[in-house]
Design a protein around this ligand. Structure first.
Ligand code: NAD
Length: 388
């Protein structure tokens, strides 16, 4: 899964992710690591003047700091040294139009989650990416951790026994009151015009859901039941808390608790996989450890970077054991895989592509599908719905 070293950086731009945005900085930190990408252009901000001054701060040519994504793609297409890839880090409502335009311009794309609002839109992007032969990656940013690779390898090797339960949560407490009143970066998240059909289901729960898909790829949801609440009433119809039950094909069972009103909690993103013999638990606030709990034995904390781990868990390691890694390393591993996929696609290297796993457009579609099913169940009164 390693990238091709020695290749020149991919000419790259960003849409969104401007000064003060929550997620722009980590995109740049991850992409620019080891010069896999070179940031040469952008439409960083909804406010052009602010975006242009930010681009200048980043050292970009002012002529390549564009007022919006349409001008960016057209302007860059007209240059011999135009961009080859773009990352989209704008509010959810804009993802579909920006990704479609980027793919139509022949660009590789990395898009924020949730990919878009509906399965129909997500599948349209999937078809377009296939037709144009372009990569469309999605930043499920926690999936680059070696401890997640370790969990996947342990499940595959049968070290847990038969998988019975998948217990997921991402439940923070930062929006326990109506903080959006004074904060535009939170306000759009609770407004369906910008956030889409859900708040915490799409914004938070899709993260541990994707991790569970990576760790337990065999599990397929058969039906689910979701109940969602708006404890801060002004957020209705969007939820700030939701509980989902999932029946998988073959009898395993899953639960997902997601919340922005879990008062006192920091992130509380946890993935617990329970097998007939043992369980694994991963917590994003302590991502360097993976708890391995065999029935009848003391629990073990498996440490990142140790030689007793499966080789897959060591492949993306940046620094020797003992030094803690964090979210920036996880994202950097992902951007390394995005770059490898883009380069392999460009040179038509099907074998290299087959050996790469990263959150791709199919993962983006899967997240949108899950949210759509949850909302369908919740809005029918919290009933079981067949997964479709
Ligand atoms: N992967 C993750 O872990 C993670 C974490 C946080 C946010 N996100 C996602 O990232 C996206 C952005 O979230 P955020 O928290 O950074 O939002 P934010 O509100 O903090 O920042 C959004 C940025 O996009 C710019 N922008 C808005 N509309 C634009 C447009 N049409 N063209 C160009 N720029 C535009 C804004 O000016 C701002 O700079 C969302 O989809 C969100 O769900 C993902």
């Amino acid at each position: 899964m390693s990238e091709t070293r020695g290749a020149r950086p991919i000419r790259w731009a960003m849409v969104g992710g401007g000064r003060g945005s929550q997620i722009g900085y980590i995109h740049r930190s991850a992409a620019l690591r080891d010069r896999r990408f070179d940031l040469v252009a952008g439409a960083f901000d909804i406010d052009h003047a602010r975006g242009a001054s930010f681009g200048a701060e980043l050292g970009l040519d002012p002529a390549r700091c564009y007022p919006d994504f349409a001008a960016l793609f057209a302007g860059e297409a007209a240059r011999a040294d135009g961009i080859e890839a773009v990352s989209v880090a704008t509010p959810n409502s804009t993802h579909f139009a920006i990704c479609r335009a980027a793919l139509e311009h022949g660009l590789h794309v990395v898009c924020e989650k949730p990919l878009c609002f509906t399965v129909a839109e997500a599948e349209a992007l999937q078809r377009l990416a296939a037709e144009r032969g372009r990569v469309l990656g999605v930043t499920y940013g926690y999936s680059g951790y070696g401890t997640i690779e370790q969990a996947r390898a342990m499940v595959a090797a049968g070290e847990l026994g038969e998988i019975r339960l998948v217990n997921l949560q991402f439940a923070h407490g930062f929006h326990s009151t109506a903080v959006e009143a004074d904060n535009p970066a939170i306000r759009w998240r609770v407004d369906p015009r910008f956030a889409g059909p859900s708040y915490v289901l799409g914004d938070l729960a899709t993260h541990p859901l994707y991790l569970s898909e990576v760790i337990c790829p065999e599990l397929k949801i058969r039906r689910l039941l979701c109940a969602r609440q708006s404890f801060v009433k002004s957020r209705a119809p969007l939820e700030d808390n939701a509980v989902t039950l999932m029946e998988y094909e073959g009898g395993a069972f899953g639960t997902v608790w997601t919340s922005a009103v879990n008062a006192g909690a920091i992130h509380s993103q946890k993935v617990r996989i329970v097998g007939s013999r043992a369980s694994l638990e991963w917590w994003d606030e302590r991502p360097n450890q993976l708890s391995f709990e065999v029935q009848g034995e003391p629990a073990r904390a498996l440490e990142r970077g140790m030689s007793y781990l499966h080789p897959e868990a060591l492949a993306g390691d940046h620094i020797s054991v003992g030094h803690p890694e964090g979210l920036f390393e996880s994202w950097s591993v992902l951007y390394g895989r995005f770059a490898a996929a883009m380069r392999a696609t460009d040179r038509g290297d099907a074998a290299a592509l087959a050996g790469l796993r990263y959150p791709d457009v199919a993962a983006g579609v899967a997240g949108v599908r899950w949210v759509e099913n949850c909302v369908r169940s919740a809005d029918a009164g919290g009933v079981w719905v067949d997964y479709r």
